[in-house]
Design a protein. Structure first.
Length: 305
C-alpha cells in the first residue's frame, strides 16, 4: 500500500482514476506473489541462484514492456521504456523478495533455537538419569545392612527412602523446585550417610536459609555431596555447608582423601556433569570452584533470584 501511495502521489503525472499504474497493479500483484510463492521457494530449494537472477531479469523486462506498450502506450524505445518504468516492476519485486528471505531466515532461526532447546532438555534428562541410580543404589545398600544389624529401625529408613524416591521420580522432573524441598531430600541423604559411615567418618552438616520461596534446579547439590562421600578417606571428616542469603546460595563441601589411591580423574566425572548442568540452566549466574590440596573442596555459588 505504501508503494502504491508513493507511486500515485509522487511519481504520477495522471489523476488517480486515469493512472495506468492502477490498471497494471493487478498484473504486478500476480508477478509478486508468483515470485514469492513459486519461484523463490523453487530456486532457493534447488540453490539455483544464478538461473533465478536470469528469470528475475526476464520477468522484469517483459513486465516493463507490457506496462510501457499496453497500459501507458507511450510509444518509446525499449531503452527509454526501461529507464522510465523499470523501477515500478523492480521495486516491489525486490522488496517482497527481501521480505520472503527475511521471513525464511526468522523461521530458520526459530527452528535452530528449538533444536538447541530440545537438545539441552535431552542432555539435562541424560545427566539427571546418571545421578538418580547412584543415589538409590547407595540408599538401598544402607537399608540392607541396617535390616541385618538393627531391624527395628529399618521401617524409618524405608520411609525416608520412600520420600527420596518420590523426590527423584516426580518432583525432580520439573525445571525448578522449592529450595526447602531440595534440602529435605539432602537431609534424608545425610541421615543415610551418617548411618552408613557411623564410626568411620565424621560428618559436619549445616544449612541456613534466609529467604522462603526460592527455587533451585533439582538434584543439583547432591552431586557435590555424593562426590565427597564417594572419594573421602576412611576415618576422615566431611564438612557440608549450605547457606542462602538474599537469593544467593553458597554450598561448600570439603573432605579428606587419600592422595595415593585417588586419581584426579576419579573426581571429575560427576563434577563435569554438574558443570554441564550449571551451564545449561544457570549460565552466567553461578561460580564453581574446585580446590584439590590438603583437602578436596568444592564451592558453588548460585544466584537463585
Amino acid at each position: 500500500m505504501l508503494f502504491v501511495f508513493v507511486s500515485l502521489s509522487v511519481f504520477s503525472k495522471y489523476y488517480w482514476k486515469e493512472n495506468p499504474f492502477l490498471q497494471y497493479l493487478s498484473i504486478l500483484v500476480v508477478i509478486v506473489y508468483a515470485n514469492n510463492f513459486m519461484l523463490l521457494p523453487f530456486f532457493v530449494k534447488k540453490k539455483w541462484y544464478i538461473p533465478y537472477v536470469f528469470v528475475f531479469a526476464i520477468i522484469s523486462f517483459f513486465a516493463t514492456q507490457l506496462y510501457c506498450n499496453v497500459f501507458t502506450k507511450c510509444g518509446c524505445s525499449v531503452m527509454k521504456c526501461l529507464s522510465d518504468y523499470l523501477w515500478q516492476t523492480l521495486v516491489p519485486l525486490i522488496f517482497f523478495s527481501f521480505v520472503w528471505v527475511l521471513y525464511r531466515f526468522i523461521e530458520k532461526q526459530a527452528e535452530v533455537e528449538k533444536v538447541k532447546k530440545d537438545h539441552a532438555e535431552m542432555e539435562l534428562k541424560f545427566l539427571k538419569s546418571q545421578i538418580n541410580p547412584h543415589v538409590l543404589f547407595n540408599n538401598l545398600n544402607t537399608i540392607y545392612s541396617y535390616s541385618i544389624e538393627k531391624p527395628s529401625e529399618t521401617p524409618e529408613l524405608i520411609l525416608m527412602l520412600s520420600d527420596n524416591l518420590k523426590h527423584i521420580l516426580y518432583e525432580s522432573n520439573t525445571k525448578t523446585i522449592l529450595l526447602e524441598k531440595e534440602l529435605q531430600f539432602l537431609d534424608n541423604y545425610i541421615k543415610f550417610q551418617r548411618i552408613r559411615t557411623e564410626g568411620v567418618k565424621q560428618i559436619f552438616y549445616k544449612t541456613q536459609i534466609q529467604s522462603t520461596g526460592k527455587k533451585i534446579a533439582p538434584l543439583l547439590l547432591i552431586t557435590i555431596i555424593e562426590n565427597a562421600f564417594k572419594h573421602s578417606a576412611l576415618n576422615s571428616d566431611i564438612s557440608i555447608s549450605i547457606i542462602e542469603t538474599n537469593g544467593v546460595l553458597e554450598c561448600v563441601c570439603s573432605n579428606d582423601y587419600n592422595k595415593d589411591r585417588v586419581s584426579s580423574s576419579a573426581f571429575k566425572i560427576g563434577l563435569q556433569n554438574l558443570e554441564k548442568r550449571l551451564q545449561l540452566i544457570y549460565k552466567g549466574n553461578y561460580k564453581l570452584n574446585i580446590v584439590k590440596a590438603e583437602q578436596f573442596v568444592v564451592t558453588l555459588k548460585l544466584n537463585l533470584s
